[in-house]
Design a protein around this ligand. Structure first.
Ligand code: F6R
Length: 606
């Protein structure tokens, strides 16, 4: 959601900013702009639409600058327009902003009393006006005064006209990461825009101010003390953030799953047989006294939680609930120190999940997060963190992060079950060996790609469809449905197959596609009955089974047989089929797979 890049140093800033914005395109945006210092002051170039439009605009100008800021905007306050796009300038101040200033209306009214009026409809311009109205030549003191008045989540990069080649940055809620290299100082909303300059970086702590000059980054807190931020290191490099020969990031990320699963699972297996999370700082003691688990997350990450619920309850025999984070945070949930709250997030910055985590911390629950982005807010604020080693996920639709989240939940469930003596070591070792075999099964599932492409071509003209399943297959139906609708724009719904008769069956008419997941033995015959129900009403059925099961061929149009796994592990292979189905359906419909309309990769506002 919105992208930020800032640079001051020894390179042509135009190239740094445009390349940075291209790297951040995946986050979702509808306008883009840059501002930079030139000999005669700050210049701004911005445009609606894609970064390529901005590149075209920039091409026609001669820019001689080594310091500037760039932004991709995802419209929130005010529609998509040239005027509303960032950077915004007021008086001495030019800035870019991610987040939402919640009290912008009150600030705007106060500024109007000083005879100051914005030209855009954005909360960002109000922030520029506020900072300019407070500016007395001391940027840091001004920013501190502004912080006292600003409410909401924000990340800012600010240029002051009378301080050439310096960038001031601050954040509250929205992420900012920074690094130093021999070429200069760089700051961005996420690591993919920094990796070109350094693998070593830091997260700007909340409510701290960073002053970037060509050779230095100084971070100070609100008391004025200079602090040394904790340096982090990423293992991946530029190639991980490129398509690497694939047509789209989503396809590349689907294909990366055997490797991301291996990287997530293998380092956590002791002597080839038992889970061991001690290197992650998760000792067995944390499970003592826990009598309830609460999983909270958003979207696909929440769907990983639905799988987690089935698994944890099966292994632990304690109640597990899954809560949508945006609901949970306003529900006054019941929890205490005997509750383990698991938050799941790829970005580690999702505003609702972060708020749910903070609430859980306040209520003294034990908090553990499963996160992909190192050093992200959710990771830092949880009592314990289990990182998914999926590498950067660029496509808006989450794929490899989801299966990596699943693998972390499986590891966690096994460790927890062992710690509680709910399973024996030999039982655990057998589960672990099956978990390890998932990587090969996922590899083999990928070889079904051509067949899935062919099946997807039959969904090209579809406007509504249904996913049905029971138990774990219901959790996977939810995931299959979101994946398909977010990128192919086909309306789809996930239904617990047993619920069909309670309403949805009325929507099943001749030719309506139903994707029926039947991988779970304990409910297999029930699923087959449900499939017969939709078939009798003319549904076009795509059946997914765990292994080559002989099924009456009159009940389906297309049959996808997954490589056979124990039922409990079928979510991994099922997920891959559903991802490919969503991908190829979107390709056949001709839409932008990696950047679906209206969606952003990292949702840092409510
Ligand atoms: C769907 C998707 C979203 C995210 C959700 C949470 O493909 O990617 O539903 O799963 O926005 O994001 P994170 O995991 O970053 O908290």
């Amino acid at each position: 959601m919105c992208g930020i890049i800032g640079f001051t140093g020894y390179l042509d800033v135009k190239n740094v900013l445009l390349e940075g914005l291209e790297a951040l395109e995946y986050r979702g945006y509808d306008s883009a702009g840059i501002a930079f210092f030139e000999q005669d002051g700050i210049k701004t170039i911005k445009t609606t639409g894609k970064v390529t439009n901005l590149c075209d605009k920039v091409e026609g100008t001669s820019i001689n600058s080594t310091c500037g800021i760039g932004h991709t905007r995802w419209a929130k306050h005010g529609g998509v327009s040239y005027t509303n796009s960032h950077p915004h300038t007021f008086g001495n101040v030019t800035l870019i902003h991610n987040g939402i200033i919640e009290n912008y209306h009150e600030l705007e009214t106060a500024l109007a009393h000083q005879g100051k009026y914005p030209v855009s409809q954005t909360d960002t311009e109000i922030a520029a006006m506020l900072i300019d109205s407070l500016y007395d030549g001391d940027a840091i003191e001004t920013i501190k005064k502004a912080i006292k008045q600003l409410e909401g989540a924000y990340a800012f990069c600010i240029l002051f006209a009378d301080q050439p080649d310096v960038i001031y940055c601050l954040r509250n809620g929205s992420p900012l990461v920074a690094c130093k290299s021999k070429e200069g100082s760089v700051i961005a909303s996420d690591m993919v825009a920094l990796i070109k300059y350094s693998k070593e970086y830091f997260v700007l702590p909340e409510l701290h101010i960073a002053k970037l000059t060509k050779d230095n980054i100084v971070v100070s807190n609100l008391e004025g003390a200079i602090i040394k931020p904790q340096m982090l290191f990423v293992k991946w490099d530029m190639t991980a953030a490129r398509k690497g020969g694939y047509a789209h990031f989503m396809l590349k990320e689907i294909h990366e799953q055997p490797s991301s699963l291996r990287s997530t699972i293998m380092p956590r297996i002791r002597n080839g047989s038992l889970p061991d999370l001690t290197a992650d700082g998760i000792p067995n003691e944390i499970f003592h006294g826990i009598n309830r688990v609460l999983i909270t997350a958003c979207g696909t990450a929440m769907h990983a939680g639905l799988v987690g619920r089935v698994l944890l309850e099966k292994l632990l025999r304690i109640p597990v609930t899954v809560e949508i984070a945006s609901e949970f945070r306003y529900q006054d949930p019941i929890m205490d120190e005997s509750t383990l709250v698991i938050t799941i997030s790829q970005s580690g910055e999702t505003a609702d999940t972060l708020a749910a985590l903070r609430l859980s911390n306040e209520k003294h629950a034990k908090t553990l997060s499963i996160v992909n982005v190192k050093g992200s807010s959710i990771a830092r604020e949880s009592n314990y963190v289990l990182y998914t080693h999926a590498g950067p996920e660029i496509a808006v639709a989450s794929t490899k992060a989801y299966t990596a989240q699943l693998s972390c939940i499986y590891l966690l469930a096994l460790q927890f079950a062992l710690a509680k003596n709910a399973i024996t070591e030999p039982e655990c070792a057998s589960f672990v060996s099956q978990l390890q075999s998932v990587t090969t099964a996922v590899e083999n599932t990928l070889s079904l790609e051509k067949a899935i492409d062919e099946i997807s071509s039959h969904l090209k003209e579809t406007e509504d469809l249904f996913f049905i399943g029971r138990g774990l297959d219901y959790a996977l139906s939810c995931e299959g449905s979101i994946k398909l609708k977010e990128i192919s724009y086909i309306h789809s719904e996930a239904y617990a197959a047993g619920e069909l008769k309670h309403g949805t069956l009325s929507l099943i008419t001749e030719g309506v596609p139903v994707i029926a997941l039947a991988t779970q033995t304990n409910v297999y015959s029930k699923m087959i009955s449900n499939i017969r129900e939709v078939r009798a009403r003319g549904a076009m059925v795509i059946l997914v089974t765990n292994g080559e099961i002989a099924v009456d061929s009159s009940i389906y149009d297309y049959h996808i047989a997954l490589p056979e796994l124990d039922d409990l592990f079928a979510p991994f292979t099922t997920a891959v089929v559903l991802q490919l189905l969503a991908y190829y359906t979107t390709i056949h419909r001709g839409y932008n797979v990696d950047q679906p309309r209206n969606l952003a990769k990292s949702v840092t506002v409510e």
